[in-house]
Design a binder for this molecule. Structure first.
Ligand code: ZN
Length: 161
């Protein structure tokens, strides 16, 4: 039978414990003081976390597939990350929506970008070092113009490939 593991602090004795609940079960007694405990909120949260983890995994797999066979999935460590060719380390993140402000910057970049050039957006935080500015670009351009070029260089320098 499938069980779900939820952490709960007893409101009576204030002791914390991980409870194993069977599917559909929402009540248990505190293992220390036998106070009745109710778990619907914790179960809901745990389900939501699981869903988000699965979604993150899907995004990670899609990214890996897109970047090609050399992208190595490191899944379990540190959540959703993908490395490529021992050179790049990508923290894969999924949002319900990319913030409107960033989308606006992106539209500007695409609008101004002449044909044959690669649009990018630079983000600078006021009074911070320019070395730490962020650049964002389309994944496809990143693959073609950055990852594949670096991979080629790496293969040439090591005779690997
Ligand atoms: Zn208790």
């Amino acid at each position: 039978m499938r069980t779900i593991r939820v952490k709960k602090i007893c409101e009576n004795c204030e002791k914390e414990w991980y409870y194993e609940l069977a599917k559909g079960e929402t009540d248990a007694f505190c293992r220390f003081c036998q106070h009745p405990l109710e778990f619907s909120k914790e179960i809901e949260m745990s389900k939501r976390n699981r869903k988000n983890r699965l979604r993150g995994k899907r995004n990670q797999r899609a990214l890996k597939k897109f970047l090609g066979p050399k992208a190595e999935d490191r899944g379990i460590l540190g959540g959703a990350d993908v490395i490529h060719d021992h050179h790049f380390f990508i923290e894969a993140k999924q949002l319900n929506k990319i913030p409107q402000k960033l989308k606006g910057f992106w539209q500007q970049a695409v609008y101004h970008c002449p044909a044959g050039r690669v649009p990018c957006v630079q983000l600078h935080e006021l009074s911070k070092r320019h070395e730490d500015d962020l650049i964002f670009m389309r994944l496809e351009d990143f693959k073609n113009e950055v990852v594949d070029v670096t991979t080629l260089k790496f293969q040439e320098s090591t005779g690997d490939g």
